[in-house]
Design a protein around this ligand. Sequence first.
Ligand code: ACM
Ligand code: ZN
Length: 518
Amino acid sequence: MKIIPKPHKITEVSGGTFIFSAATVLPDGYSVIREKLAAISSSFKSVEPNEITLKLSEDCDLKGEEYRLEITPQKVEITAKNYKGLFYGTQTFIQLAFEHVIDKVSAMPCVIIEDMPRYPFRAFMLDVSRHFFCIEDIKRQIDLISALKINRLHFHFCDDQGFRIEIKKYPKLTEKGAYRAQTRGDGKPHGGFYTQDEIKDLVAYAALRAVEIVPEFEIPGHCTAVLAAYPELSCRGEGLPVGDRFGIFMDIYCGGNAKTVEFIKDVLSEIAELFPCEYIHLGGDEAPKMHWRQCPKCRAAIEGNGLKNEEEFQAYLTNEAIKHIKQYGKTAIVWNESMNSGMLDESAVCQYWWENESKIAAAANRGRKLIVSKTAPFYLDYPYGSNSVKDIYKFNLSLPGLDGDGEKNILGFDAPLWTEYVSEADIDFKAYPRLIAAADRGWTDCAPDYADFKSRLENILSIFSGYGVKYATLVDAEPGYFRARKSLRKWKRISGGDKFAEAVYRAYIADKRKNEKR
Ligand code: ACM
Ligand code: ZN
């Protein structure tokens, strides 16, 4: 059967078919599920009445996201312990309905599907800082990922180029920090932000589609947009424009300034109240330490707290933030650089994206929870020439060096779409079908079989096509040698050529290497 992600167990039951039609009686309540079913059944021919029922059962033997879908000629029954399971069972049913439609009649075989995910964390990251996406575009992506049983939207809402959520206590974050004058010399202002009411609406929208939004508030780097609004929070205290180029920025939060630490906690309090999620992402990637080394306040804080170096200071500050969000019942996720000092609170989940793979595997073997986002194959902004759909499908969500305990600490994957060079015009092309492959591997416990995946892919792609999704066809998504080279050349042309950004990056890397030897 052409279902993505591939279900855990399908039992075919002989005898008859269930015909999904305009006459099918849809379940009461569960308005989003009902609307999704109604939108499809109303386009099918009307035949004999039959029924779809949803059964939320506290005392069934199903857990968490599991569901059971039973199709008989008279009735479809979806059973789950919670709403997520009912939503997933419906998604599976919808894919079956489309697979078996001929001439506006969908006649499905009788089956029992018992299904459950392999990994609990299956995420798509959208960077709304580099490019501001309107709420409707984000909701559309939530609908698409929810059809794939991706259960988290990692919301990268602040970075050097824009701060995008209204924070009541610090209004300048969005008055000033949400807008940049131009981007890489294009002379065009860019910006926007989400009010707290819009965020609440978005969170509720996502929850009804079994998606939890995980906000990322970046510390201690990637914060130029904040420092443009509140320059006193940096070591140098100098006024800066909101980032109008891409890459690394040397000014980061002054960790030695009590006002900065108070600011970080205040923002986290508002974020924790807005997002009823299990996790808050605290960033931690690419934080240059040059200014911390020169700053009297940071020096005093490092010495006063008995810390050996700036890497330990990053972990110390991150641990303060972790302690703060624990009061709201939240667990932290951090990019892997936050672990460099070895001092990071053990509750924090490490999101692995580059370098130190063996150190990270060793940390997982000792108990650290891991999310895998390795740049190749998971970065969705990268061209298909380096990260093809086949690469992402074939990637084992494991790291060299993991032992049996370490394997158990892998929570899942997060496929990031950074948007320095991506807008609403090309989000579909970049994300699909790669996210479809990631979703399949993150859910199923079956051994990878790329030919089988491709045979299932066409059904979901034709459903997406009906929703107007401009996905990449396999000609682009699984390119041969020449097309791959062409996509890499195009990527270099679009993303390269900023000599200043390249020089800053080299300086950052040189300094980082020096730190690693200290
Ligand atoms: C990252 O790509 N800087 C996490
Ligand atoms: Zn400082």
